[in-house]
Ligand binder design. Structure first.
Ligand SMILES: [Zn+2]
Length: 638
């Protein structure tokens, strides 16, 4: 869809404009107009490696950077980022790939224009006015973040002014100026209308503040402040935007039955269980240490930070959720839970272990002395006490075994019960190697042979088999579809290599262009042929080929786009010196394959002509056949 507007050629895009396999947000209204040259500029100014590093731990391997794929469960990294081409591709199960826009859309769940706008803002690239005119929902979000930012600034200001009231509290807790700044801590004055008045300057502001739960609508009209006389903890998302607030009572003149903690209600910016308090501040440290300490509350986290443990996050009262595990896995393969030593803490620990085993996050359990939480322990006994608790941590399954043993009867019956109690935790483990390791650990901890654990697991499976078989039978009736939609048919290796060579070395593309008319019909895989034909054509006409991020826009077929991404992300051990030799070998193989197919085709036709007693056709076919055989022999001599 091209339209001419204000004398600039602009492309009218929707989310399909971005490369990759999915159309996210299909059916949404069109966002606006962004000229393709602006999109190209944004892409050029952005480095995909830097962007991806904000989410994943990248490791340099050869020409690429690799990481555990954030889009599917895996144990060995198959997610590759190619800096030179500014693309990424997952060689694992999900085959997700694309450019920096696609990556951000996918990982942040945003739409194309949102991602473009954010990157444009970051690089200070002005967008045409129409492009910033976004959908209503987007404007609402923007307004929400704006109001939360205003409120956070208001609370911070109030904290600076409320030294008399809050100062002693902060001092007692050892909360330093640095901590206050790092977490943007604030104070909600002991007033019904301080924030309301502050935000009332615009009608729109107070409406949004009500939707966000910062103010509450009064019964007789008007609004009042939700947070009063509280130390305020702004809750940030991964991008540092304030999505909600928590508040803790400070001071003594507090009415009875006032809850100690108060949180923002869920809103269009905030969903409980989908953020982790402190992750924004701790993510660098977590990535570097490859470990996150998970605690329950605001003050636990603040205390840890104050005492130098800066790789911690807080779940904020909820048990760990799958969404939170997903967030953590972007930064680290391992967490250490540090929950209270009471029943609720143990329950939260078990939930974390369960999720960790299921979702492939290593969980270790650090235990606190009875009656202590991280905050009380640190203030009572100092950093060494917490350090000791952390070093005495146990692996998830060892912890479960110990917990079960503590209440189990002595001897063999007790051990049997422990094993049975552990089965539900082992059942969801998908990776057979990992399962085997876990089984070994359980057996070791109990001092029994692994075989007994395995047998229990088998028996358990036996009970479940009936249901399983019914489900499988149902599945068989459904047509089998390829979950990636990309087809599983294997491609001829030589043809794929040919494409790789053409993409990587201009000499080979030049040579191929000269022989294109001959070579293209040899290729058996239509998408590869289509790709090569496009490159050859562009090379002939312009003497260059577009970057992959642009080239991909020419192809509509999902399979073709996927192939282009995959092949251009590959890092093969072929140097420029070897490229021409490799090209000749590939061509020989491709031609041989072509001749083999021709030979078979001709044999079939000859048999048919024979049966039809069609002498004339027979003669022509035989001539063709001999020509094919001659060419085959020539190649085999080479
Ligand atoms: Zn993947």
């Amino acid at each position: 869809m091209l339209s001419r507007k204000f004398g600039i050629l602009t492309i009218h895009f929707d989310t399909e404009h971005s490369i990759g396999k999915e159309t996210i947000g299909k059916g949404s209204t069109l966002a606006g107009h962004i000229p393709p040259e602006v999109i190209a500029e944004i892409r050029n100014r952005t480095n995909i490696v830097e962007v991806v590093s904000n989410f994943l731990t990248l490791k340099r391997v050869g020409r690429n950077y690799v990481a555990l794929c954030p889009f599917h469960q895996e144990k060995t990294p198959s997610f590759h980022v190619n800096e030179e081409r500014q693309i990424y591709y997952c060689f694992g199960a999900c085959k997700e790939g694309g450019d920096v826009f696609k990556f951000l859309m996918k990982i942040e769940g945003q739409e194309f224009y949102e991602v473009v706008r954010e990157l444009a803002r970051k690089h200070q690239i002005p967008l045409p006015r129409e492009a910033t005119r976004s959908r209503k929902g987007e404007e609402r979000k923007e307004r929400g973040y704006r109001i939360n930012t205003m409120a956070a600034a208001f609370f911070q200001q109030a904290l600076a002014q409320a030294h008399e009231r809050v100062g002693p509290y902060l001092e007692r807790r050892g909360i330093s100026k640095e901590t206050v700044e790092r977490f943007a801590l604030g104070y909600a004055p002991q007033s019904w209308e301080a924030l309301t008045r502050h935000l009332s300057r615009s009608r729109e502001g107070i409406e949004t503040a009500r939707e966000l739960g910062l103010v509450v609508a009064g019964r007789k009209g008007g609004h009042y402040d939700r947070f009063r006389g509280r130390l305020i903890f702004p809750i940030h998302d991964l991008y540092g935007r304030v999505v909600a607030f928590g508040g803790r009572i400070v001071g003594k003149d507090v009415p009875e039955n006032t809850p100690k903690y108060l949180n923002s209600p869920e809103s269009f910016l905030y969903r409980k269980g989908e953020v982790l308090y402190g992750l924004y501040q701790a993510r660098e440290e977590i990535r570097q240490r490859q470990e996150a300490i998970v605690v329950e509350g605001y003050l636990d986290l603040i205390a840890l930070f104050t005492f130098g443990f800066r790789n911690a996050v807080a779940t904020l009262g909820t048990a760990l959720t799958p969404a939170q595990v997903g967030l953590l896995k972007r930064f680290t393969p391992r967490i250490v839970t540090l929950f209270d030593g009471d029943a609720a803490g143990e329950k939260a620990t078990r939930r974390a272990i369960e999720l960790g085993l299921e979702l492939g996050l290593e969980v270790e359990v650090a235990r606190l002395p009875p009656g202590e939480d991280p905050d009380s322990l640190l203030h009572g006994r100092g950093a060494e006490a917490l350090e000791a608790a952390l070093s005495a941590r146990s692996p998830a399954l060892t912890h479960l075994v110990e917990e079960s043993l503590a209440t189990a009867p002595a001897g063999a019956p007790g051990k049997a019960r422990v094993v049975r109690e552990l089965i539900p935790f082992l059942r969801p483990v998908r990776d057979p190697i990992e399962l085997s390791i876990h089984i070994g650990k359980v057996a070791d901890a109990l001092g029994i042979d692994e075989i007994f654990v395995r047998r229990c697991l088998m028996e358990e499976k036996g009970h479940r088999r009936g249901a399983e078989q019914r489900r499988k039978a149902e599945q068989r009736e459904k047509p089998q579809t390829d979950p990636t939609g990309k087809g599983e048919g294997s491609l001829p290796i030589a043809e794929e290599t040919l494409l790789y060579l053409a993409l990587s070395f201009t000499d080979t593309l030049e040579a191929l262009t000269e022989k294109a008319e001959e070579v293209l019909p040899w290729m058996s895989a239509p998408p590869l042929r289509e790709l090569l034909a496009h490159m050859v054509e562009q090379w002939q006409q312009e003497g260059r080929i577009s970057p992959v991020t642009e080239m991909i826009e020419h192809f509509k077929e999902e399979r073709t786009r996927d192939l282009l991404l995959r092949i251009s992300t590959q890092d093969r051990a072929i140097t420029a010196d070897q490229a021409m030799q490799a090209l000749h070998e590939c061509l020989a193989r491709i031609e041989a394959g072509y001749l083999r197919r021709q030979e078979k085709r001709l044999q079939r036709s000859i048999r048919a002509a024979e049966a039809a007693q069609d002498g004339e056709t027979m003669a022509t076919l035989l001539q063709e056949f001999h020509e094919i055989i001659r060419r085959k022999q020539k190649i085999s001599i080479l």
